[in-house]
Design a protein around this ligand. Structure first.
Ligand code: NAD
Length: 214
């Protein structure tokens, strides 16, 4: 598979290169400019929201698929992504860890059983993360489908911890996901890219990638 990488010199860019080692990197886009040595079949974007316009231009130019992991993108930008997905396969997720997808499915299925409990979320990330709350917190809150105050900590080098706690007068029930290494997101992005390379145009979640064929 030939792939392009937006945010190639970033922390996630380095992880993506490692996870995609058996594939050919033929295009990069970074704050410093672009390099192009071929036509990518899939564009992988782990960068900043300010890069998204250029990413979507490149997807149109190369008629390629897109795996979008960048967080902090606005609802208007998401509309643009969905528009591009009319003619390209797009897999978008604020979190490409399989465990977070399971977390989301658990909240969607069992969250309603906690309807009369208080619910709060906390998320911890490294101190260089720009957006808060994290994209994953937004994704988990949507899966829960109710108001859930969210507390963001930015400390040290933490790749990403998310905890949802439910409490009533006598009990506390807590669910936690912890990413131990950033490589997990890159391996998920690889799975998404292999899916997108063979998929029809459309907007796909990582859950659809993980559950396709099941
Ligand atoms: P980073 O700061 O290390 O890297 C950001 C990269 O974006 C750099 O290579 C930079 O050159 C590039 N960039 C910035 N502005 C640009 C522009 N205008 N045009 C082109 N390139 C530009 O950040 P990171 O830790 O690698 O994280 C990157 C993104 O991935 C963040 O949005 C982060 O939240 C997200 N992320 C998503 C997941 C997931 O599973 N979806 C997991 C981890 C991180």
């Amino acid at each position: 598979m030939r792939y392009g990488l937006v945010g190639a010199s970033g922390r996630m860019g380095a992880e993506i290169r490692k996870a995609f080692a058996s594939h050919e990197l033929c295009y990069t886009l970074d704050i410093g400019g672009e390099t192009c040595e071929g036509t990518p079949e899939v564009m992988v974007d782990f960068s900043l929201p300010s890069a998204l316009g250029a990413t979507l231009d490149a997807v149109r130019r190369f008629s390629c698929a897109l795996v979008l992991g960048t967080t902090g993108i606005t609802p208007e930008q998401m509309d643009e992504v969905r528009y591009v997905a009319r003619s390209a396969a797009v897999v978008q997720s604020f979190n490409f860890a399989a465990g977070v997808t399971l977390f989301k499915m658990i909240l969607r299925e069992f969250g309603p059983l906690f309807a009369d409990w208080d619910a709060e979320m906390s998320e911890t990330h490294h101190n260089r993360k720009k957006d808060a709350p994290s994209g994953t917190a937004i994704l988990l809150r949507e899966a829960l489908g109710r108001d859930c105050p969210t507390h963001s900590l930015r400390m040290g080098g933490v790749p990403g911890d998310h905890t949802v706690s439910f409490a009533n007068e006598g009990e506390v029930f807590t669910l936690t996901h912890r990413a131990i290494s950033r490589s997990v997101f890159a391996l998920g992005a690889l799975r998404a890219a292999e899916f997108a390379a063979g998929a029809k145009p459309g907007f796909y979640s990582f859950e659809e990638v993980l559950t396709c064929g099941r």
